[in-house]
Design a protein around this ligand. Structure first.
Ligand code: PT3
Length: 434
């Protein structure tokens, strides 16, 4: 009885124990929650010197310590700070010790982006313990991969050697909205032409972008600017620069432009994600692309989340999560430079955490299937087909003529041969008759 009465008590205690354990495991799982599986970053380099000057520019390349287009110490600090921010944000996801299997960094082959990536990594991976190779140096070398600019087909925008994109650029410049903006700004552009020394007929919106950029760099570095550069003129140029950016990647046939530009990078990011899920590639769970303002613009335009030109060290983050039910979601975050808070970017028609399949579905129309094919010029392609057709026809005609001539020659050779043989026989007969 006692044993009998004790058994159910022990059993119920055991059951209680199991269910308590179950609840505990459940609580632990819930607390564990979703898991960050992979991060792909794209960032703009830090503060730099101007890329070029303009004809009446009072300053020249010599006024900049390392010349044009170079990362400044301000830019180094911005990226070092971004690296420190990333260390805080991804604490627990990235090992605090540098592990080469975890991270892959690629940069365009340009000094300012390479140096930005290096500054970033200095902030992200200060060496600890056995990784310190010089006690006086809080730095360790970390590889930054690149390809020559002529072979760069992922990070430098607009992507070159795409005749269809060049056609779209011409078509954009002929569209009514573009022409209206040019017309509305004619007086401003004439004034800008006089002030900068760039002849009016050569003053394209792209030049306004470049003039603004040069003046912006000079202003940031406390160079005194010519009197004509008032805050109003600067703001006017900035707005035209924004319009120039939009016309490069949007405005007219934006989806087609994206397939030829930002969609290429998006395709790579989605492939990186797929490789993590399928476990097909390496163990990299953190990929960083060190690039330019136009890289971020092209990508954001393709995803329809663009709002304003990226500032220095702007960082666009793609995070892949595995949810508790095993499914995958993508979240996008953007930190538009050192002095900005990070904020979420929601893909239009999706939720904050966008289910991966839905993300792929929504973006499918900006992903090129075959970039080279899609880049073929539409107008040029008719001519190329015509030329190819004519060339093939001519080849056949030439081969036919050669064949005919050859056959005729063979006939002649044969008859000549017969003639020779006949005359030879005649001669032999003559000889024999003597
Ligand atoms: O400042 O992010 C930027 C620009 O993209 C810059 O890096 C650049 O390469 N500009 C090209 C101008 C010809």
């Amino acid at each position: 009885m006692v044993a009998g009465s004790g058994a159910p008590v022990r059993a119920s205690r055991a059951l209680l124990g199991i269910s308590a354990m179950g609840i505990l495991i459940g609580i632990l799982r819930a607390a564990e929650g979703r898991k960050l599986k992979f991060v792909n970053l794209v960032y703009r380099h830090g503060d730099r010197s101007p890329i070029t000057g303009y004809p009446t520019d009072p300053y020249t390349e010599k006024d900049w310590p390392q010349g044009y287009g170079q990362l400044t110490q301000v830019g180094m600090k911005q990226h070092y700070e971004l690296g420190q921010y990333l260390r805080r944000r991804y604490k627990g996801f990235l090992n605090s010790l540098y592990e080469r299997e975890e991270i892959y960094v690629r940069s365009t082959d340009i000094d300012r982006t390479l140096m930005s990536a290096e500054s970033d990594l200095a902030g992200l991976y200060p060496p600890h313990g056995g990784q310190i190779f010089n006690p006086e140096l809080k730095w360790q070398p970390i590889p930054v991969h690149t390809v020559p600019v002529k072979d760069e087909k992922l990070l430098l925008y607009p992507l070159r050697n795409c005749p269809r994109y060049d056609e779209l650029t011409v078509e954009t410049e002929n569209c009514s909205e573009y022409k209206e903006i040019l017309k509305a700004n004619e007086d401003f552009l004439k004034r800008l032409s006089t002030n900068t020394g760039i002849p009016f007929k050569y003053l394209l919106l792209r030049n306004v972008w470049s003039i603004y950029d040069t003046l912006y760099c000079e202003q940031v570095h406390n160079f005194s600017l010519p009197l004509w550069v008032t805050p109003d003129e600067m703001e006017h140029m900035r707005q035209l620069k924004e319009f120039a950016i939009k016309s490069d990647y949007g405005l007219y046939k934006p989806k087609e432009k994206s397939r030829l530009q930002g969609g290429v990078l998006l395709k790579q990011i989605l492939e990186n994600i797929a490789q993590v899920i399928n476990g097909t590639n390496s163990t990299h769970k953190f990929i960083m692309y060190s690039a330019h303002d136009t890289t971020i613009v092209a990508l954001q335009m393709a995803l329809d989340v663009y709002s304003i030109a990226p500032t220095y060290a702007a960082c666009y983050m793609f995070e892949l999560y595995q949810e508790k039910n095993g499914s995958f979601t993508v979240e996008m975050y953007y930190r538009n430079g050192t002095n900005f808070e990070v904020h979420l970017l929601t893909l239009p028609s999706c939720t904050k955490s966008c289910p991966l399949q839905k993300f792929i579905q929504i973006t499918a129309d900006v992903i090129p299937e075959n970039w080279r094919e899609e880049c073929r010029a539409h107008h040029g392609s008719i001519q190329i087909e015509l030329i190819l057709g004519l060339a093939t026809g001519s080849c056949f005609l030439l081969m036919f003529i050669i064949l005919c001539v050859k056959l005729q020659c063979q006939d002649r050779d044969k008859s000549l041969g017969y003639q020779k043989l006949a005359s030879h026989n005649e001669e032999r007969e003559k000889m024999l008759s003597f």
